[in-house]
Design a protein around this ligand. Structure first.
Ligand code: ADP
Ligand code: MG
Length: 593
């Protein structure tokens, strides 16, 4: 199977170990044949030959030796197989994690993260039975019955004939049941993913769900999915039990048929006791590998399905530029780079109209660029392009004249300090969160960055100041999270600062403060700023107004105001709003006075 070859190509060490496990267990199987023949020999000697117990002692020792040897072989084989599975699991986890980070935030946003987590954790874990038990058994069951047949045929060809005829029937039966079970297992795995995904989403949205009184409805949905999962699981288990039962029955009946024929010929004197007994001992061993294969197949089914999904995730092409070993880095510049968007179009695979179409503009080094526009216009998408998380469907992005496709993404991203629209803080100390982009920052730089983001004050008021571990216990407001994220971006001191709605969650006062900080920080550096706040936008050297994925205006604040388009109307709307705000404040002041 192609799938297994791919799994083992990822983990060559596992292939070697599985190979060793098969050889060891196969040798164990051959020893079993010797064991059977030895036992038949002893019984024949004792009952037919009338030998004394004493004279049989060496033969008994030999039998014991074979038994011991086989036990050791099987033990080592099992150990090797388990080791192979363990290696494969850890390697695949690593690859999946690397792949997901390579695929970037745009991919993670599109997938159901809960389902992805379920693939990463449960899916990989389920590989164990498949790799350590089913795969070695598959090789063994192709070889061991043949070995038994070769040994039985010279002893009694009639028994060998019966065995050779019945085995294919058993195999056909196993394949038919196996296919039905595989279909069920696929469904089961899918439902497990759905359930995990749903759990994850509900957990994240719990405050909203409770607020809108929908948590009960969600619990019902979860219980419905889990009920479905239960019935599917039960029916796969029923199939596995039925398969085990029928195979057992079939093997027992075949053994009985062979035994009857052996007995009849033994009585009529056609066959000597040693041969008959030896064949009788061999018959169960003939069916055993196939029976075990059936059992391991059902135990490994979930792993088989998981492997498909894992390989699927590993196959996804990154939406953005991958890190390439021969990627270029440009001469360092503390002011930033000349960034040119040249007729860039972005199209998501399952969305009919382009999210951005033929967007062209230039960011000069040291410039402050503001991107404004209604939500859904494509502003965040522009920033994702800039970070190389998505590739343009057509058009180019040039950095100091070099196409972004030629750059080393690692280098390029080291030149960017980004504060996302929905920043994420990690369950670590405030300081560790701040120094993510600059791990060896000096304490005074950390404090300075926090001060610039107006975060120093509230950080000091936390239980342990900068050493406070951010967790569910240390709840921060949305505005506080945003200010820490902003401080984190400033602390990185990269030549290019990229901000997606940095004052989104801030009150007027904090917004003013950040505006001044950014002005100060931006001197001699490049800033790209997406914002709704026109007050912040007007401080930029260059403003790009986006609507429905196209640039509707571009230029300085004055030029755009004169043009009297979208920009001017957004600006006027905000002026109107803040004038109202001021009037209200004055009114209240007046009433108080
Ligand atoms: P803005 O930041 O201006 O509010 P975005 O750039 O986030 O807008 O989104 C622009 C458009 O692209 C929206 O219509 C959004 O639905 C769509 N979009 C964003 N990300 C994806 C994605 N991963 N897959 C499909 N469509 C997307
Ligand atoms: Mg956005």
């Amino acid at each position: 199977m192609n799938q297994n070859r791919r799994l083992f190509r990822y983990v060559p060490a596992a292939r070697f170990r599985i190979g060793a496990a098969v050889v060891l267990a196969g040798t164990g199987g051959l020893v079993l044949l010797l064991e059977a023949s030895q036992l038949a020999h002893i019984v024949d000697g004792a009952f037919i030959g009338g030998k004394s117990l004493r004279s049989l002692i060496p033969a008994l020792w030999l039998l014991l030796g074979w038994i011991g040897l086989r036990a050791v072989l099987l033990l080592v084989s099992e150990y090797a197989a388990l080791q192979a599975a363990a290696r494969m699991k850890s390697e695949l986890r690593l690859r999946l994690a690397r792949q997901i980070s390579e695929l970037g935030p745009v991919y993670a946003k599109g997938e159901r993260s809960g389902e992805l987590v379920s693939v990463l954790c449960e899916g990989v874990d389920q590989l164990e039975n498949y790799v350590a038990k089913y795969l070695p058994q598959r090789s063994l069951s192709a070889f061991l019955p043949l070995a038994v047949l070769c040994m039985a045929a010279p002893l009694d060809w009639i028994s060998a004939g019966i065995m050779a005829v019945t085995l294919p029937m058993l195999i056909v039966f196993m394949v038919i049941i196996g296919q039905a079970a595989k279909k069920k297992a696929d469904r089961q795995f899918h439902q497990l993913g759905l359930l995990s995904g749903h759990f994850f989403d509900v957990l994240r949205g719990l405050p909203t769900l409770i607020l809108f009184n929908r948590s009960k409805a969600q619990i019902e949905i979860i219980s419905r999915i889990s009920e479905k999962l239960r019935t599917t699981t039960m029916s796969t288990m029923r199939i596995a039990f039925m398969s085990a039962f029928v195979m057992e029955l079939f093997a027992t009946l075949s053994t009985a048929v062979v035994a009857v024929f052996l007995g009849l010929r033994l009585i009529s004197g056609e066959l000597i006791f040693y041969r008959a007994f030896c064949v009788l001992l061999l018959v169960p061993e003939f069916y055993a590998p196939i029976r075990q294969l059936g059992a391991q197949y059902h135990a490994g089914l979930n792993g088989m399905t998981a492997a498909e999904r894992i390989l699927q995730v590993l196959d996804v092409e990154p939406l953005g530029w991958p890190e390439q070993p021969d990627g270029r880095s440009l001469p360092a510049s503390s002011r930033g780079y000349r960034i040119e968007f040249d007729r860039v179009t972005v199209q998501y695979p399952d969305v009919p109209i382009p999210v951005l179409s033929e967007v062209s503009f230039v960011i000069e080094p040291g410039e402050r660029l503001a991107i404004v526009g209604p939500s859904g216009a494509g502003k965040s998408t522009l920033l994702e392009l800039l970070q190389g998380y998505i590739k343009p469907a057509s058009g180019r992005i040039l950095i100091d004249g070099t196409d972004m496709s030629e750059l080393s993404m690692k280098w390029w991203r080291s030149q960017l300090a980004v504060c996302e629209q929905k920043p994420h803080l990690f369950p670590a100390t405030v300081e560790q969160n701040l120094t993510l982009g600059h791990p060896h920052a000096a304490a005074k730089d950390i404090v300075r960055a926090a001060c610039m983001a107006n975060a120093d004050g509230f950080i000091r008021e936390l239980a342990h100041g900068y050493e406070t571990v951010l967790s569910e216990q240390a709840q921060l407001s949305g505005g506080q999270v945003q200010r820490i994220a902003l401080a984190r971006a400033l602390l990185k001191q990269a030549p290019l600062l990229v901000l997606d709605e940095p004052t989104d969650q801030l009150d007027l006062e904090n917004g003013e403060f950040i505006k001044r900080s950014l002005e100060q920080w931006g001197r001699g550096r490049t800033t790209v700023l997406v914002t709704h706040h026109m007050d912040l936008a007007r401080t930029a050297d260059h403003i790009v107004a986006l609507q429905d994925g196209a640039i509707v205006a571009s230029g300085s604040h004055e030029a755009l105001m004169d043009a009297n388009g979208l920009y001017a109307s957004m600006m006027n709307a905000e002026e109107h709003e803040s004038a109202q705000h001021r009037a209200k404040a004055r009114e209240q002041e007046g009433m108080a006075g």
